[in-house]
Each structure stands twice: as structure tokens, then as C-alpha cells.
Ligand binder design. Structure first.
Ligand code: PEP
Length: 252
């Protein structure tokens, strides 16, 4: 059985450390010592160090929202995998659509980051997903398949088993328009079959595939009930502790 995994992507929120601490404290209190569901929060990088302390003695993972593939050097504004580990991170989000589409990140670049993250001991959450135009043109599987092939290049089976994938249809992110559980399950099953062909059925059955895109407490249970949906990457609803905890509750 794959453990369900709920991660919060706070993006560029909240805007002060005090608010980030309050949110983390509320999530910590709500999760308590429950290990039945894996939970992680991914705050802005400037708050990571402080939140590592706040989340101590808690099963909640701490994740970066991005990193650079190189370990150090002349990369103004960037952070390395080693730096994320040093401030207490256990996870890192890679290839989010806001970076792929807003900042031109390619599968090849995501792949470099992925290899560096694994080398540093971080659990990567690799995001993939099609745009509305691609879906309407019937290209969802071709796009997601290409993203998988490119982003996961060079990984062996053991490494793959430790990667979390997040299927996030771009048209469902921050729009309030969620994929139906059937639509999401269909793509998740496709992803798992692709992993099975590329690695093995045994490895594919171990990979956690989250769904992301306007997940809320009200729709989480239906999505999480599908056989290939193993959790959620949550944006907007992770900014209110009650909503995020409602989604964690739906995963119990
Ligand atoms: C996200 O950005 O990863 C995301 C899923 O956002 P939202 O839940 O707000 O759609």
C-alpha cells in the first residue's frame, strides 16, 4: 500500500515570517503525532530555517519550492539542494507549472535538478501536467508522457521509487476548476503504466502520484478514493490551516 501524501505549496505566501510561523504552528497542532498520512509544507525559502524549528518534534516534512542543479557557484538568486538540506528540508518541489510556463523551465533542466536533489537526499516532488489547449487538442497523454520521459531521464528503478510525482493539469491550478476524479484517475493510471513500461510494474506500484489543482476539503475525499491518486499537492487551500487540515483529514 502506498501511504497517502498531502503537501502544501505555499508559493509566495504568507508575506511575513510571523504569519508563516502561525500557519505552520496551526498545521503542526492539527497533525499532531499522526503518522497515518504523510504531510509536508513548502513555504517560501526565506522562512525555511525558522519553520524547521517550529516543526521540530513533528512528522511534518519541510520542502523547498525550487532549487538549482549545481551545488554552489555564480547563480545569483538561486539555492542548491545542499542548502535546502542544511536548513532542514526533507522535500523539494521541482518543475512546477508556474516555473515551467512562467519562467521557461524545460524537462532537461528539471531532470538536472531531480538528479541533484536525489544525490542530496531530498524527496523530490516532480510536477507534470498539460495546459487547457493541450487537453482540448487531445494531447494530454503525449504531453505528460514527454514530460515524464524528459524529467526522469537517467534514473534507475530504486531512485524512481523515491520520487513523488504530482499530476497538476495547468488549467486546474489556482482556477477553482478541479479535474474530476475520473479525469485525474485516467491520467494517473496512464502515468503509472508509463512508469511500469519504463522501469517495472513493481517500481511503478511504489511511486506516489499526487494530484494537484484546486484541491479543497470538499473535493479531496473523492479524488483520494481513486486507486492511482496517492495524495495531493495543495496550493491555495494550504494557506488556511483549517482547509489544509480538512484535506489531511480526508486522506485518513
Ligand atoms: C499548486 O500550485 O501546486 C496548486 C495545486 O495550486 P491550487 O491548489 O491553488 O490549484
Amino acid at each position: 500500500m502506498r501511504p497517502l501524501f498531502i503537501a502544501g505549496n505555499w508559493k509566495m505566501n504568507p508575506t511575513t515570517e510571523a504569519d508563516a510561523v502561525s500557519l505552520a504552528e496551526a498545521v503542526k497542532e492539527g497533525v499532531g503525532q499522526d503518522h497515518a498520512v504523510r504531510v509536508a509544507v513548502c513555504p517560501p525559502s526565506v522562512f525555511l530555517h525558522r519553520l524547521d524549528t517550529v516543526l521540530s518534534n513533528s512528522p511534518i516534512g519541510l520542502g523547498g519550492q525550487n532549487m538549482h542543479p549545481e551545488p554552489s557557484g555564480a547563480y545569483t538568486g538561486e539555492l542548491s539542494a545542499g542548502m535546502l538540506v542544511d536548513v532542514g528540508c526533507t522535500h523539494v518541489i521541482l518543475g512546477h507549472s508556474e516555473r515551467r510556463h512562467g519562467l521557461g523551465e524545460t524537462d532537461a533542466f528539471v531532470n538536472k535538478k531531480l538528479l541533484a536533489a536525489l544525490k542530496a537526499g531530498l524527496i523530490p516532488i516532480v510536477c507534470i501536467g498539460e495546459t487547457l489547449e493541450e487537453r482540448e487538442q487531445g494531447q494530454t497523454e503525449a504531453v505528460v508522457g514527454d514530460q515524464l520521459d524528459g524529467s526522469l531521464a537517467g534514473l534507475d528503478g530504486d531512485q524512481m521509487a523515491g520520487v513523488v510525482l504530482a499530476y497538476e493539469p495547468v488549467w486546474a491550478i489556482g482556477t477553482g476548476r478541479t479535474a474530476t476524479p475520473e479525469q485525474a484517475q485516467q491520467v494517473h493510471a496512464f502515468i503509472r503504466s508509463r512508469l511500469s513500461e519504463r522501469f517495472s510494474e513493481a517500481i511503478a506500484s511504489r511511486v506516489v502520484i499526487q494530484y494537484g489543482g484546486s484541491v479543497k476539503p470538499e473535493n479531496a475525499r473523492d479524488l483520494l478514493a481513486r486507486p492511482d491518486i496517492d495524495g495531493a499537492l495543495v496550493g491555495g487551500a494550504s494557506l488556511k490551516a483549517a482547509d489544509f487540515l480538512g484535506i489531511v483529514e480526508a486522506a485518513r
